[in-house]
Design a protein around this ligand. Structure first.
Ligand code: C2E
Ligand code: MG
Ligand code: MG
Length: 411
């Protein structure tokens, strides 16, 4: 087992509190560092690769929820402790959100906390997560040799057939007909097993050549596989995820259009899903590229929508044709008043702007009913189907045919 101390990174804009937490953690054997701004924190996450993070939700310059999204985007797999002086309800909602993003929230601490409480929280992290959080060490345990994940290794994985696609349907809210099938990448790594996109897409994005090849590979593979599935080839569109890094190259629209023409497909049958944050990093160049993609006939969806209301304004003159409401809001639409207000407002505004709305992450019938009542057009989520490999799609589509839906009382 590695002897290096566990690393803790703290984000708290009250410098004195940060210092106190560092002292408590160091006494307990941690290597600890505190940061007071979101910018400093985000840099340090990359530098320190902390095993655990203590995050104050109420920050001066940016809220803690944004930091949870940032950690999710970075594929952070350590332990997170949330702290706040807010009411329990806010901490619970934040924990819910973090968990739905796939983050590990081990504890929530209501401030002010006693030193004993903090010690207990840190002690609880230390035991279960020690081996999981440290870098792979081939000399201990039964874990296989994992080898580093790198953009070059992902490139090789594509060539070696380790990358595969799964498909998840998006159904119309009115009659539950399948409108679109989203292709989602999976990496079947020979020693690590299944690696999910939240982990390997950010790594592939470190090399623009690799993420460009990956996106093209997804478009090619999804089109080739769907051609073999009659219903897919004739009745539904394909949706693929496009990375922010793809939108840096002015040649991207031409390259994509060239590939789609070579595959004998129509751009209007392909929806490009772009995450909301991706569209704000370099707005002018991004808008140029997005507009040209739209002019070439591709449909554009803003993915993971709901991270900032400023982007609603940005939508007014944008070339997007649909928005996908982030699953963190959808999942909480029954439990959280705030999530309900957001989903309802976004659905209304989108309609006024002539945009289609898709809600992703609908897991139950009750959630679907609520979404439709709010005027959401289409739904995607485990309640309809989990993502599935290509060879199960045909069977699923026939079961979901009009007759199948009627038999299940779906329409
Ligand atoms: P996304 O595009 O927002 O895709 C939806 C994610 O939500 C998928 O996760 C899907 O499995 C999950 N999901 C769908 N319904 C439910 C539900 O009811 N409950 C829950 N808990 N989750 C649900 P997945 O496949 O792990 O993908 C995560 C993200 O990785 C995607 O989010 C997308 O941003 C990115 N990604 C996936 N494939 C690709 C790709 O080929 N290229 C790029 N650039 N990004 C990709
Ligand atoms: Mg998507
Ligand atoms: Mg999404």
């Amino acid at each position: 087992m590695s002897d290096r101390p566990m690393r803790l990174l703290i984000l708290d804009d009250e410098v004195a509190v940060g210092r106190l937490l560092v002292r408590v953690a160091e006494r307990a054997g941690w290597e600890a560092r505190s940061t007071a701004t979101a910018g400093e924190f985000q840099v340090q996450v990359g530098v320190d690769r902390p095993d655990a993070i203590m995050l104050d939700l109420h920050l001066g310059d940016a809220d803690g929820i944004e930091q949870l999204r940032f950690l999710h985007g970075r594929g952070y797999d350590g332990t997170i402790v949330l702290m706040s002086g807010f009411a329990d309800r806010v901490l619970d909602a934040a924990r819910e959100l973090g968990t739905s993003l796939g983050l590990t929230i081990s504890a929530i601490v209501a401030k002010p906390a006693t030193i004993e409480e903090i010690e207990a929280v840190l002690a609880a992290i230390q035991m279960p997560d020690r081996t999981a959080a440290i870098e792979p060490d081939e000399t201990h345990g039964a874990a296989p040799s994992l080898g580093p994940l790198s953009a070059a290794r992902i490139d090789q994985g594509m060539i070696d057939g380790e990358l595969q696609l799964e498909y998840q349907p998006i159904v119309n809210g009115k009659d539950r007909a399948v409108e679109e099938i989203e292709a989602l990448a999976r990496w079947h790594h020979p020693t690590r097993g299944l690696v999910m996109p939240n982990e390997f897409i950010p790594i592939s994005e470190q090399d623009t050549g690799v993420i460009d090849r990956l996106t093209m590979w997804v478009v090619r593979t999804a089109n080739e596989q769907s051609k073999r599935i009659h219903r897919l080839a004739t009745e539904t569109r394909l949706a693929v995820n496009v990375s922010a890094k793809n939108l840096r190259s002015l040649e991207f629209p031409d390259q994509l259009a060239g590939l789609v023409a070579e595959l004998g497909a129509a751009p209007s049958n392909l929806t490009l899903e772009i995450t909301e944050s991706a569209t704000t990093s370099d707005p002018t160049a991004t808008m140029d590229i997005l507009t040209r993609l739209r002019l070439k006939g591709f449909r554009l969806a803003m993915d993971d929508f709901g991270t900032g209301f400023s982007s609603l304004k940005a939508l007014v003159n944008s070339p997007f044709s649909e928005i996908k409401i982030d699953k963190s809001f959808v999942a909480n639409v029954l439990a959280s008043r705030d999530a309900r207000v957001i989903v309802k407002t976004v659905a209304h505004l989108a309609h006024d702007m002539g945009l289609k709305t898709v809600a992703e992450g609908a897991e139950t019938q009750a959630v679907v009913d609520q979404l439709l009542e709010f005027g959401v057009d289409s739904v995607q989520g485990y309640h309809v189907s989990r993502p599935m490999p290509a060879n199960r799609l045909d069977g699923w589509l026939s079961e979901w045919s009009a007759a199948g839906r009627r038999a299940r009382g779906w329409c």
